[in-house]
Design a protein around this ligand. Structure first.
Ligand code: URA
Length: 203
């Protein structure tokens, strides 16, 4: 059994927060345990909860299409969320739910060791950067994590009804493609080149 599968077995009946009582499945993540690129979304929705897989609804279809545009398939990347159980009526995750689930995300990152983590939307971005940033301002920028680069991008659900957001996502996916070619992880920018907020990464 792979390390990630073993880890999933350990946590699949998690009751660290009250969300366990309303879920059908804990949505752990998939697919590639050796991925260079990892996506971190917000929380499972209805379809994800039903199937126990992340990003399988409309937002997932957009994610698959954006991946295809840069020559990637879901099997090439790893996709997960900051919280693993569906919040009621798809409401925003609460701070205590994010806190309760954070160790799981950290352990997944430790096992996968991605080069790049793309955070989808405001909640995942704020959680990973440990900062109250605006996704509209920081999307497409690189932030230094502990052994990886964090790139905030818009949530693919936000692109479902806004053509402009979809175009911004397409541009940011092109950046992801370029960054994936870089090896090793990009140099830490010099102090005076850093944007405010580039130092506060959680991991
Ligand atoms: N939105 C998310 O943030 N995550 C999913 O898994 C599905 C939709």
């Amino acid at each position: 059994m792979s390390k990630l599968s073993e880890y999933y077995e350990q946590i699949k009946d998690c009751k660290r927060c009250h969300l366990y009582s309303g879920r059908i499945n804990l949505v752990f993540g998939e697919v590639n345990e050796n991925a260079d690129l990892m996506f971190v979304g917000e929380a499972p929705g209805y379809h994800e909860d039903q199937q126990g897989r992340p990003f399988v609804g409309a937002a997932g279809k957009t994610l698959n299409e954006l991946l295809a545009e840069i020559g990637l398939k879901r099997e090439d990347v790893y996709i997960t969320n900051i919280i693993k159980s569906r919040p009621p009526n798809n409401r925003d995750p609460l701070p205590e739910e994010i806190e309760a689930c954070k160790p799981y995300l950290m352990e997944q990152i430790k096992i996968i060791k991605p080069k790049i983590i793309a955070t989808l939307g405001a909640h995942a971005t704020k959680t990973m950067l440990n900062k109250n940033v605006s996704i509209s301002k920081v999307h497409g920028q690189s932030f230094k994590g502990n052994g990886f680069t964090i790139i905030p991008i818009f949530h693919t659900a936000a692109a479902l009804y806004r053509r402009q957001t979809l175009e911004l996502l397409k541009d940011d996916f092109k950046k992801l493609k370029e960054l994936l070619k870089e090896d090793p992880i990009p140099e830490i920018p010099k102090e005076d080149e850093r944007e405010q907020g580039q130092q506060g990464s959680l991991f």
